[in-house]
Design a protein around this ligand. Structure first.
Ligand code: ADP
Ligand code: MG
Length: 680
């Protein structure tokens, strides 16, 4: 057996287990080994019940002294109690609603149990203990049990069993250059893999995880650096001219561009002139005016005789862009179409034909654009708006509809400058770091739940003045445990309590795109005064008449996200407000709310948020599950990332034979896979 053997070759893996594993993308031994624990449970051996009052999770050898009668508690649960002894003292094992548990235990017999040991009203209690069947060495200080991500039928025990079996049979070949291993005193890959799946101590685990993280960040840096190199060597890009009509377009713009916008347009035009395909990321805070920058650049491509495509994550956004393009290009003889999921079949056919014939110059739309039968005669440029909303595969599918075309991605998720260098090494980054003039500051306040009445009465006042209001809350379904206001409950509550005579609507992610668009459009037309929603309204929507953003359970959101949400108001001439209703139960939350209150600068907020929270939330990586980094966290591991990046550069410049082999291997993989790696 080797690491590429199929899991079906493993002892104890029948067709059913194999199917379960395959559903989680575990096909071969290596996939199994790369299925890392998401966490570990640290359990200490408890050899004495005396003295220590703060036991925590323990593993303990004991004997059954007595099995008590089950009790029905006030809340209707069945409580089973068995009294054990560790030889010196007695303690009680307690289980809720598992009366059958008694059958597993015999009087005076010895067992090894695992559970949380606590002192409660003078008694020592082991709550909900489980039997430890495997032989464990209680004398070792601690036992560390890996916790695997459990998806579609995978159990922790299954993973532990299979992986320990595999580790006995295979040896894993080293894959980092020796000079790196020696320099950073890393343990071998084989050792690291063994430890990560079955650590004996926390120190050991730390070493193994350092090695694997380094590896991951190193490979990641290599890929990005080589990709950049590869892209730069591709001289088959289209060299667009700066078209003379560009000047006329600029004269006709409804407003003067900000300095930042002009700079970014210039950077893009320089890219367009080059014979190297453009790969540029435009970052700009909410409302910084990315759309017009995109439209100006695609205008030049079209005037050079090529087609352009622009993809947005929702129909509303696509429509918004479409209307803006129509307005901007009305005197320039450009044939523009909108292609969305809701476009009629007949129309879709027409548009597809027009794109194939080259009759249509610019198509703006949603995911519908990436369907296979959307083909272009001569595509020159692809723009993706709010890029973090799309998967890597979706983006590259769009780019692959042309050959060596220019690619522009736009995002409002501000990435601190220090990071973007490492994260977007393969992309050129432009930043629009200035808002159009006359933008008003949105007054932001935070308030405890107790102040809700005041907040919603203020909302009523705004509505009386003719304005509109957004209310956002975190979860769709009621979650009793977390006591979060769900959108449905909140909606009923608000309607009944404050807005009986006001047009109020609900909007959430589980609705069909069509319904969502209808609701949003009613809001846009001003027919609805208040919209209660989950974060589906987060991206790009423009309703200038909305002046108040109320966010419930604001402590549950990342700051970057709060900032995005706040950006939905303050888009017109009226004074706008953002009110955060938050349970300020600790200092961190207070600090975060203060940052929101005191700053309107997306980059500053993101930097601050990074300091307080991990990067996952910021990039939305965890939610979307789309990062190529499994173990590392770009923020926590920034130092390691810097070193890995440095060594990756060194490897690329190295001429040692073995290093060259490593490089070739990676390059081959890059050429096989999609054109560019993108982060989310
Ligand atoms: P975002 O960067 O969030 O996508 P948009 O492109 O939607 O921002 O622009 C937000 C609003 O600002 C739009 O109504 C747009 O017309 C307006 N706008 C963009 N650039 C300028 C500018 N230079 N001067 C004035 N208004 C502008
Ligand atoms: Mg936008």
């Amino acid at each position: 057996m080797n690491i590429y053997s199929s899991i079906r070759d493993l002892r104890g893996v029948g067709p059913k287990t194999a199917e379960t594993l395959e559903k989680c993308c575990i096909f071969s031994i290596i996939d199994l080994l790369l299925y890392f624990p998401r966490d570990y449970e640290m359990i200490s051996a408890c050899d004495s019940l005396q003295g220590d009052k703060n036991y925590g999770k323990v593993i303990i050898k004991c004997e059954v002294v007595r099995i008590e009668k089950d009790i029905r508690t006030k809340s209707g649960k069945v409580l089973t109690t068995i009294v054990f002894s560790d030889g010196n003292s007695e303690f009680k094992g307690k289980w809720f609603n598992q009366p059958y548990i008694k059958n597993y235990y015999r009087l005076n017999k010895e067992y090894t149990l695992m559970g949380k040991l606590q002192e409660f009203r003078g008694e020592i209690i082991l709550s909900n203990p489980t039997l430890v069947k495997e032989k464990v060495n209680i004398s070792t200080e601690e036992k560390i049990i890996p916790k695997y991500p459990l998806r579609s039928g995978i159990t922790n025990n299954l993973m532990i069993k299979l992986i320990s079996q595999v580790l006995q049979e295979v040896e894993i070949e080293e894959n980092l250059p020796m000079w790196i291993i020696n320099k950073y005193k890393l343990c071998s890959l084989d050792t690291a893999m063994r430890i990560i799946h079955s650590p004996k101590s926390s120190e050991e685990l730390h070493e193994a995880s350092k090695r694997l993280k380094f590896q991951e960040l190193f490979t990641y840096s290599l890929k990005i650096l080589m990709l950049k190199d590869y892209l730069n060597k591709n001289k088959n890009g289209i060299s667009f001219k700066i078209h003379e009509e560009l000047k006329m377009l600029k004269e006709q713009l409804p407003y003067a561009l900000t300095k930042a916008q002009s700079r970014v347009v210039r950077q893009i035009l320089v890219d367009q002139k080059k014979g190297i395909p453009m790969n540029r990321l435009v970052q700009g805070d909410v409302g910084s005016g990315k759309t017009i920058v995109a439209l100006i650049s695609i205008f030049n491509v079209i005037k050079n005789g090529y087609q352009g495509v622009m993809m947005a994550p929702t129909e509303i956004l696509a429509t918004q862009h479409y209307l803006e393009a129509e307005k901007l290009f009305k005197d320039f003889n450009i044939n523009i179409r909108l292609l969305c999921g809701s476009t009629t079949v007949k129309n879709k056919e027409k548009i597809k034909q027009g794109l194939k014939d080259g009759e249509i110059d610019l198509v703006i739309g949603t995911h519908a654009l990436i369907e296979d039968d959307v083909e272009f005669m001569n595509l020159g440029m692809v723009i993706t708006d709010e890029q973090h909303r799309f998967g890597v595969a979706q983006r590259s599918r769009l780019s692959n509809k042309g050959k060596n075309i220019d690619t522009l991605v736009m995002t409002a998720t501000p990435i601190p400058r220090t990071l973007s260098l490492y994260l977007y090494g393969d992309l050129d980054v432009s930043i629009i770091d200035e808002l159009p003039p006359g933008r008003q500051i949105i007054d932001t306040y935070y308030i405890n739940k107790a102040g809700k009445d005041r907040v919603y009465n203020f909302a009523l006042e705004e509505i009386k003045k003719g304005r509109q209001v957004y209310v956002v809350c975190p979860l769709v379904e009621e979650n009793e445990e977390l006591k979060l206001s769900s959108v449905e409950n909140l909606y009923s509550e608000l309607k009944e309590k404050y807005f009986q005579d006001t047009e109020i609507e609900i909007l959430h992610g589980k609705m069909s795109p069509k319904l969502k668009d209808e609701i949003m459009n009613r809001f846009k037309r001003g027919e609805t005064k208040i919209i209660v929603s989950t974060t589906v309204i987060e991206v790009g929507i423009n309703v200038p008449n909305a002046t108040l953003m109320i966010i419930e359970n604001a402590e549950r959101f990342g700051l970057a996200q709060l900032h995005q949400l706040r950006g939905r108001v303050g888009r017109g001439k009226h004074k706008s407000y953002c009110i955060l209703i938050a349970d300020v139960k600790n200092d961190i939350i207070r600090r975060r709310m203060e940052i929101m209150k005191s700053s309107n600068d997306g980059f500053f907020i993101a930097e601050q948020d990074l300091k307080i929270r991990g990067s996952g939330e910021i990039f939305g990586v965890r939610q979307h599950g789309e990062s190529s980094l499994i173990l590392s966290d770009v923020i926590d591991d920034i130092e390691l990332l810097k070193l890995a990046n440095l060594e990756a550069k060194r490897l690329i410049e190295s001429n040692i034979e073995n290093d060259i082999k490593v490089k070739e291997e990676i390059l081959r993989k890059i050429e096989q896979s999609s054109r560019f790696i993108c982060f989310n």
